[in-house]
Design a binder for this molecule. Structure first.
Ligand code: COA
Length: 320
């Protein structure tokens, strides 16, 4: 049925200049390439230099997404940026991105849902487009998690990386676009994955803390459920899916989740080996990789999913 939808008109991404391998990390942290590879599938992560921030990486990803969409920054009337590592406590990093893009006046705000932030941001932006509150939106996931890692904690610091991904959403009548999104949260699990500081509690930024095993267990169950729920809401079957673009936290979580849905591993975009877990950036980063290398093309049915601190989790079904 033809109706107003938010179509992904372009994708873009940005990575910090410095790439760090497991072997390099093992010189600074009590770990090994074998341990990290076997438990997570991670081989490399990019780490931001002081001049690279959440907002600068986001702006670079946006410029590439705008170019891919054949649009100017001036066409944009909404910017939604998902991040748990903003440049400042306020203003929202989205406003900094707006300024870096040389535009002014359009709505710009951040969304905080940690690793599922991009799904939350996408859902908000596409709802605003369907409600005629916006016509052309930048939806971004951008993070510099290296700044909130405890480099003495080998159980967490090896897992994360920095980066940004962005999509341009455009209002269009038709059958393409975001078909359904579903979002969830369970605040009672807050202590499983959190940062032990904040403006209103300690007055400090804090460091990431995680109970890895618990997160793993919840992730597989929640992600499989929300993917089922979102496919049903979109009125499509799992076998109709061309590509799954999952949150890139851990190859074992991804494998277990898609197996629960009965989807073959060939339909899964996997970038965790080269980016590690870039939190809110991971889904749009992986999407951009698969679009640019030609795997994902116009008309493909794709599923995006993520789960993160909160817990928060969500999925989206998109006719690309
Ligand atoms: N290098 C080497 N050894 C390490 C290590 C590292 N980087 N980190 C932990 N270990 C050790 C532990 O000290 C422990 O040793 P011990 O048995 O002698 O005490 C052993 O490895 C097992 O630790 P454990 O934490 O139980 O490992 P695990 O099998 O649960 O794997 C994770 C750890 C983090 C890889 C796994 O729990 C996981 O992937 N969880 C999900 C995390 C995630 O994706 N979070 C983000 C979601 S958004």
């Amino acid at each position: 049925m033809s109706q107003r939808r938010a179509v992904i008109a372009g994708t873009g991404s940005a990575l910090p200049r410095t790439r760090v391998s497991n072997e390099e990390l093992a010189r600074r942290v009590d770990t090994s390439d074998a341990w990290i590879t076997e438990r997570t599938g991670i081989k490399f992560r990019h780490i931001a230099e002081p001049d690279e921030t959440t907002a600068t990486l986001a702006a670079e990803a946006c410029r590439k997404a705008l170019e891919a969409a054949d649009m100017d920054a001036g066409d944009i009337d909404l910017i939604v940026l998902a991040t748990a590592t903003p440049d400042n406590t306020f203003p929202a990093s989205a406003t900094k991105v707006q300024d870096l893009l040389g535009i002014s006046g359009c709505a710009a705000f951040d969304v905080a849902a940690v690793c599922s932030g991009f799904l939350y941001a996408l859902s908000v932006a596409e709802s605003m487009i369907r409600a005629h509150s916006a016509n052309k939106a930048l939806v971004i996931g951008s993070e510099t998690f290296s700044r909130i890692l405890d480099w003495e904690d080998r159980g967490t610091c090896v897992l994360f990386g920095d980066g940004a991904g962005a999509v341009v959403l455009k209002a269009e009548e038709g059958t393409r676009g975001v078909l359904a999104t579903r979002l969830h949260a369970a605040g009672r699990h807050g202590e499983m994955l959190y940062v032990d500081g904040g403006p209103s509690t300690t007055g400090t930024v804090g460091k990431l803390r995680m109970k890895g095993r618990e997160v793993f267990r919840h992730a597989v169950v929640n992600l499989a459920e929300v993917m089922h729920e979102t496919l049903a809401a979109a009125g499509v079957a799992a076998e109709d899916v061309d590509w799954v673009v999952p949150h890139q936290a851990n190859a074992r979580i991804i494998d277990a989740t898609v197996r629960k849905l009965g989807l073959p591993p060939e339909k899964v975009v996997m970038t965790v080996d080269r980016h590690a877990n870039t939190s809110a950036a991971s889904v749009p980063l992986a999407l951009d990789v698969a679009v640019r290398d030609g795997r994902i093309g116009r008309g493909d049915l794709i599923v995006l999913e993520a789960m993160g601190g909160g817990f928060t989790w969500g999925a989206a079904v998109v006719r690309f």
